[in-house]
Every structure is written in C-alpha cells, then in structure tokens.
Design a binder for this molecule. Sequence first.
Ligand SMILES: [Zn+2]
Ligand SMILES: [Zn+2]
Length: 336
Amino acid sequence: MHSGCRMALSRGLRCCQRVFSWVPVVIISSVVLWSYYAYVWELCLVTVENALEKAVYLLVFHIVFLLFIWTYWKAIFTPPKEPTKKFLLPYAEKERYDSEERPEVQRQILAEFAKKLPVYTRTGSGAIRFCDRCQVVKPDRCHHCSVCGMCVLKMDHHCPWVNNCIGFSNYKFFLLFLAYAMLYCAYIAATVFQYFLLYWTAELPNNRAKFHVLFLLFVSLMFFISLMFLFGYHCWLVGLNRTTLEAFSAPVFPSGPDKNGFHLGIRRNLEQVFGKRKKLWIIPVFTSIGDGLSFPMRMVSESHNPLLGGNQWDDEGTDDESPVSRESHVILEMDT
Ligand SMILES: [Zn+2]
Ligand SMILES: [Zn+2]
C-alpha cells in the first residue's frame, strides 16, 4: 500500500515536472506571437502609411519569421540521439559486473567489452566511461542527461528554452535558431526605430499602437543583446570543435585531458557541425558529419590508437549503423 502510494506520488511528480518543463517554451512562444501581432498589425497595417514601405516590411518580416520559427521548431522537436545497441552491456557481462564487488575487476569487465567498441576517451582515473543508469559504455563525447534520463550523443547541454537536450542530432538547429532569433530581433529593432522616434517626438498621434511599437523596440533589443552573448559563445565553441560540457571539463585521452582533442582546424570544425555543402549551412536540415558515436581526433598516434590495432571492430549487433558511416567517421588524424 505504502509503495503503491509512493509510486503514484512519484508518477504525479514526474507528470508535473514534464508539464512545468514546457513553461519557458510557452513564454517564448507567447512573446513571439505578440511580436507578430504588434509588428504586422500595429506597426505595418496601422502605423506605416506608405504602401511600398508597408509591403517591403511585411515581405522581409515574414521570410525572417518563417526561418526563425522553423529553426525553433526543429530545435524543440528533434529528439537527442542515444548510443546504439552495440554499446549496451550484454546480459552475461552485466550479470558479472553487477555481482562483482571489486572495482578493479568491474573495470576489467568493461575494458574487455570496450575493446570491440570505437571508444577512445576515458574517465579521469583512466577507466572506460560507463553509464550505470543506461547500462551502456559511453561513446566519445556522450554524456548522461539527468533531465532527459538518457545518454545523449555529443551532448552539449540541456536547454530549458527549447525543453530539449542539445547534442549531435540537433546542435546545428540550435545554432541556426540562435542566429535567426538574432536576425528577427535585429530586423524588428531596425525597422521600428524610426517610428519609435516619431512617437517620442509626438509627431504621430498617441494611440494604442504607440504602446506596442515602443515595446517592440525594447523587447527586441533586450533579446538581441542576450542572444548575442550566447551565440558568440557557441561560435567560439564550434570554431574549436568543443561542446559546452567539454569547455568546462576537458575530455580525457590516453595521453591525458585535452580540451583541444577534437580540434581539427576551423574549416573542418565547422564542417563537422554544418556539413560539407556550404549551400545547406543556413538551411535547417541535418547535415552534420558522422554518426555521433565516434569522431575524428587531433594528434592521435598509431601506437596509442586502439582503433588501428587490427580488426577490433565488432561486426555483430551493428544493425543501427551502416558500414559507410563507420568507415567515414573514424578518420583519425595524425596531425592537422
Ligand atoms: Zn545514461
Ligand atoms: Zn537533456
């Protein structure tokens, strides 16, 4: 009875948590909807008198608005990717791992299993990175998100503003969302400014539109400045091929921790996220290079590289991956 109550309570709490996690998205969406109404109706249709100016403002606004909404939608609804089945600890190993009390033997069990996997980074103590909750050997750059309750490939951070985990599958969409949100704010601020001045100098009649136009300028400038810092930070990260988590805690390689372990040079770092076809860089379609499970690395010497020591790949249980992806994504750089 007691355990039944506890279960019902925890299920209720989880449900509440899930509902509340949408609050930031609802707030942003409400502000965006209001900005649409204020710009289209109160500014363009009520305040602007010149027909050509009205048409140009509305046309450009709708193009920017659609791109912004499209990227926001993709950032919210593109689910994070988790490790494939081949990273899952098999039943026999799991039994041995769970029944073993000596940590060094547990480490050995994981090390044996991980020999067949393309994992290269380790924990601070040099052990294989293993997630107890998901029972998976974590691929390089993968981390467990406690909010999502899963291991996320190339996890960057959990973003409350999109109520989603930002990682390998949606990082490009997140960056484009920041960029188009900035463009949206900048466009509104630039076109509203002259009407703000006209209201300020009382050259336009004091009506309801005044309130909306004044707020459009303040709100768009406020969001533009906040987004500028966040976008600038992520541009710096992309340029160095680092995730937010890696910027705080360097990935550990056999040679030791190295924040620049995945840095391949700016052009190739950009290609890792945006793909090789430059035309698609600004379009919110998935073009990132790789499968999210393994990544090209800088300065990896053959002698230290477990992936080049003969055929150590496990060809079983690779149903989720194509041989092409495996070949093209574990290009280990000698140098750049
Ligand atoms: Zn996990
Ligand atoms: Zn998450």
